[in-house]
Design a protein around this ligand. Structure first.
Ligand SMILES: Cc1cc2nc3c(=O)[nH]c(=O)nc-3n(C[C@H](O)[C@H](O)[C@H](O)COP(=O)(O)O)c2cc1C
Length: 392
């Protein structure tokens, strides 16, 4: 494969040398483009020696008189990898700025799906809404992102922004099934607690978020069990649907499949209460008021947290106020690895909508805010975070 590696000026440039080496070692022809600022961290000579090719920096250095360098390099490349990608080059790409070879070349790419971006920067720069919106813009155009990891950064801060490791970058470039042989159990949608044969207690959840997660897991090669009351015809052979109605049904299925699961994602909006008595026949209408006594259903997430072995356990918190505080409390109480929290009081996101706005919070209290996005895209980001945990 012909690979163009764009190296921009961040401290992680030294790690990009290893990436070049691995790409060459596995038989690719690699040409490196460096920004002027990248040269301040590592010399061209290093990349030239490792790639065994000329390193390109200057847009006006037209080596071959018969070609226009930035156009021909794009035509030559099967894949373009920006690693490390600075906040600056991401911003330039998102806004069509083309003031050096690397950024001009990116503007000359027609097929965005051949671009892979591995960001690396300080956490504040990474979480800055400007950087986030630039990244989202490029994602929406179809460019691939290789998520930064959480870790100790060169600046001494602990947080998100570390360049993904070489193995993860390679897996992404080769479109390897990153979750092959992983067993992932996802719960989705509401549960229904019947009062009599025609009436039940439930909530407006549709299961769209959980289904998006199940589909993304399947795309990445996992063996997926989707436990749901929602009506859904799987698009992938590796999704096995187990239909349930009540919280008790869901508990039985999840419990029986827990030991074999590597990851459990509990996105279902289960009913916390059920009627003490379920009538076999339809309750007759009466003139006076009636009361229905309710009892607590099984707390599935608590059971999973208490019986956790090697599994990665991901919970959801749907709240109408103090979303982050409740979620932080829940992650501890239920012994979770990640929690995805959202505000269901907002009409345009959450239940039944195609979009959502969530916080992904981990055990160490790192908070990743995902601004309003399609549930599919949020599913991708949740799985990127899960993959980071699996690779630790
Ligand atoms: C020591 C040092 C380390 C830096 N590390 C990063 C980094 O990891 N990520 C980043 O986005 N910018 C980093 N910067 C800032 C960029 O170098 C700066 O924004 C520059 O304009 C990027 O240019 P380029 O994108 O054209 O390479 C760093 C700067 C210095 C001085």
């Amino acid at each position: 494969m012909n690979i163009l590696q764009i190296v921009s000026g961040g401290i992680a440039v030294y790690k990009a040398v290893e990436l070049t080496r691995e790409l060459v070692k596995s038989g690719n022809d690699v040409k490196v483009i460096m920004t002027e600022n990248a040269k301040k961290f590592v010399t061209e000579l290093t990349f030239q020696t490792i790639s065994k090719n000329t390193v390109y920096v200057d847009i006006f250095m037209e080596e071959d008189k018969s070609q226009i360098q930035h156009i021909d390099l794009v035509k030559w490349a099967d894949k373009i990898i920006i690693a490390p990608a600075t906040a600056n080059i991401i911003a330039k790409a998102a806004n069509g700025i083309s003031d050096d070879l690397a950024s001009t070349l990116l503007l000359a790419v027609k097929d965005f799906s051949k671009i892979y971006i591995a960001p690396a920067m300080n956490t504040v720069m990474y979480e800055n809404p400007i950087t986030q919106s630039n990244m989202n813009r490029l994602r929406k155009l179809g460019m691939n992102f290789i998520e930064s990891e959480i870790g100790l950064l060169a600046c001494g801060d602990l947080g998100k922004g570390k360049l993904a490791d070489t193995e993860t970058i390679l897996k992404n470039i080769y479109n390897k099934k990153t979750l092959l042989n992983k067993n992932i159990l996802v719960t989705a949608g509401p549960t229904l607690e019947y009062i009599d044969p025609v009436r039940y207690l439930s909530n407006p959840s549709t299961g769209k978020m959980g289904i998006a997660i199940a589909e993304e897991s399947a795309k990445r090669g996992a063996n997926v069990i989707l436990v749901t009351s929602a009506k859904y015809k799987p698009k992938y052979n590796n999704i096995n649907i187990i239909s349930v109605v009540s919280t008790e049904d869901m508990f039985e299925v999840v419990k029986n499949n827990y030991e074999n699961s590597d990851v459990v994602i509990k996105s279902a909006a289960v009913s916390d209460y059920k009627p003490v008595v379920k009538y076999d026949e339809k309750m007759k209408k009466k003139d006076e008021n009636v009361s229905i006594e309710l009892e607590r259903t099984q707390d599935i997430l608590l059971y999973l947290g208490q019986n956790k072995d090697k599994q990665i356990l991901v919970g959801f918190a749907a709240e109408t106020n103090n979303v982050i505080e409740y979620a932080q409390d829940k992650i501890k109480k239920k012994n979770l690895d990640l929690i995805v929290a959202n505000d269901v009081s907002k009409a345009d996101i959450g239940f039944a909508s195609d979009e959502n706005e969530v916080y992904i919070i981990d055990k160490k209290n790192n908070i990743n805010k995902i601004d309003k996005e399609s549930k599919k895209e949020i599913g991708r980001k949740i799985l990127d975070e899960i993959e980071n945990l699996l690779n630790k």
